[in-house]
Design a protein around this ligand. Structure first.
Ligand code: ZN
Length: 370
C-alpha cells in the first residue's frame, strides 16, 4: 500500500471564500478571464456575481461564455476555447456543476493549443492549458479537485475523458452557499455521483492511503445525509455534501472511477437519466461482484463497517434513491453495451467486468418485460 498523492489544486472553502481570498486570484497575474458557465446555475446561485465583482475589484477584465449544456459537447468546448484565445484571455474560470467545470478544462486546453476538437484527447497535440479556477455550484462532480473533463463526442452518444497534468484547476473555491437553493431531486442525484466517486475510488486497485481516507470521509458524510431519507437538506447537510463531493473528486484524481460510470453514460446520453442516478443504479451490482474477489471483500468489509451498514442495505438504498424507471428493448441493450465497450474503467476495480456481464446487468435491470 502506498501513500502517494500529487495534488496541485489549492482548495479554498467556506462561506464567502471568494470575497475573502481575492488576493489568490490577483496572484495569478491574469489580465483577462474567460468565464465558462451554463445558462442559469452560475447566475442563480450568486457565484457569477461573486466572481465578476472580485475580478472588477482587481481590475481584471472578463468575457462570459454561458452556452455550456448538460453533458458538455466537445464541439462547444472547442468553439469556446478558440474564442477565449481570440479574445486574448489568459485565465479560464469555470462556474457551475460538473458540465461547466469539465468544459472549462477543455476550453483552457483549446485556448492554449490551436488544434482540432478530437486532438484535445492527444497528449502529443496538447502541450499546455491556460490556468483554471473552478467554482462548483453543485455538490457531486468534484471536478474542481481533479484534472478530468468528460466530453460528449460529436455523434452525441458517447463520452470521452480529456485529462492532462495541466488540467487540474490551480484554485478551487468551494462555497456551500451556492448549493443552498438547489432542488431536492437534483441534490440527491449529485450526491449519488459523489458517493459513486467515493466507493469506486476506494475499491480501485490504484488507491493509496490518502485517496482512501478522502474516499471514506466523503462516503461517510454522504451516507449519513442520504440515509436520513428526508425531504429537504439543512445548510449543515449541504455543507457536508459540498465538502464530501470535493474530497471524492480529489480521491478519483488518484484512482479514476469504476464500471458504474461507463455503464451509466449510455443511460444519460440516450435516455436522459441524470449522471449521478445513472451511476448509482449499478452500485448494487458493483458491490456484489467486487465481493467475489479477495481484495474487493477486504476493502468492502472495511468500507461498510466504517459506514456502519451492510452491502445489501447500501445497495438497496442507492438503487432506491437512483429511482431509474426505464425499460429497454434487446436491440437497445446491445447498442448501449457496444457504445461503452471502449471505456478503460473496467480494469479499475478488483472485479473486472466482461462484455457478457455488461449485457447481463443491463438485461436484469432494464429488459422490457414480455
Ligand atoms: Zn461521476
Amino acid at each position: 500500500m502506498k501513500l502517494n498523492i500529487n495534488f496541485p489544486t489549492q482548495i479554498i472553502s467556506g462561506e464567502n471564500c471568494i470575497q475573502k481570498n481575492t488576493a489568490k486570484i490577483a496572484a495569478l497575474g491574469a489580465k483577462k478571464a474567460f468565464i465558462v458557465t451554463g445558462r442559469s446555475g452560475a447566475k442563480k446561485s450568486g457565484a457569477l456575481d461573486d466572481v465578476t465583482s472580485a475580478l472588477s475589484s482587481l481590475g481584471i477584465g472578463y468575457t462570459v461564455f454561458d452556452e455550456i449544456a448538460e453533458n458538455p459537447p466537445l464541439l462547444v468546448s472547442h468553439k469556446a476555447g478558440r474564442m477565449c484565445a481570440e479574445e486574448g484571455c489568459d485565465l479560464v474560470i469555470g462556474i457551475g456543476g460538473g458540465s461547466a467545470l469539465d468544459a472549462s478544462k477543455a476550453v483552457a486546453v483549446f485556448a492554449a493549443n490551436d488544434i482540432k476538437p478530437m486532438e484535445g484527447f492527444e497528449a502529443d497535440k496538447c502541450k499546455a492549458a491556460l490556468p483554471i479556477i473552478a467554482v462548483p455550484t453543485t455538490a457531486g462532480t468534484g471536478s474542481e479537485a481533479n484534472p478530468y473533463a468528460v466530453m460528449t463526442l460529436p455523434e452525441g452518444d458517447q463520452k470521452k475523458t480529456l485529462k492532462f497534468p495541466f488540467t487540474y484547476p490551480v484554485l478551487a473555491f468551494v462555497d456551500p452557499k451556492y448549493t443552498y437553493s438547489l432542488g431536492y431531486e437534483y441534490t440527491v442525484s449529485t450526491a449519488l455521483d459523489a458517493f459513486a466517486h467515493a466507493i469506486e475510488s476506494y475499491l480501485s486497485p490504484n488507491s493509496t492511503l490518502l485517496s482512501e481516507s478522502f474516499a471514506l470521509f466523503a462516503a461517510k458524510s454522504i451516507f449519513e445525509v442520504l440515509n436520513k431519507k428526508g425531504t429537504d437538506f439543512s445548510k449543515e447537510e449541504r455543507e457536508a455534501l459540498a465538502y464530501a463531493s470535493c474530497a471524492a473528486g480529489a480521491a478519483i484524481s488518484v484512482t479514476g472511477t469504476g464500471f458504474p460510470h461507463p455503464l451509466g453514460y449510455s443511460l444519460t446520453l440516450l435516455k436522459g437519466i441524470p449522471h449521478g442516478k445513472a451511476c448509482a443504479v449499478f452500485e448494487s451490482d458493483y458491490i456484489e461482484l467486487n465481493y467475489k474477489t479477495e481484495q474487493g471483500s477486504i476493502k468492502l468489509d472495511k468500507f461498510l463497517s466504517e459506514l456502519g451498514t451492510t452491502a445489501s442495505y447500501l445497495g438497496s438504498l442507492l438503487y432506491e434513491l437512483a429511482d431509474v424507471n426505464i425499460s429497454l428493448s434487446e436491440e437497445e441493450i446491445k447498442q448501449f453495451v457496444d457504445l461503452i465497450k471502449v471505456a478503460g474503467n473496467y480494469k479499475n476495480s478488483p472485479y473486472v467486468l466482461s462484455d457478457e456481464e455488461k449485457y447481463a446487468i443491463y438485461n436484469k435491470l432494464f429488459a422490457k418485460k414480455q
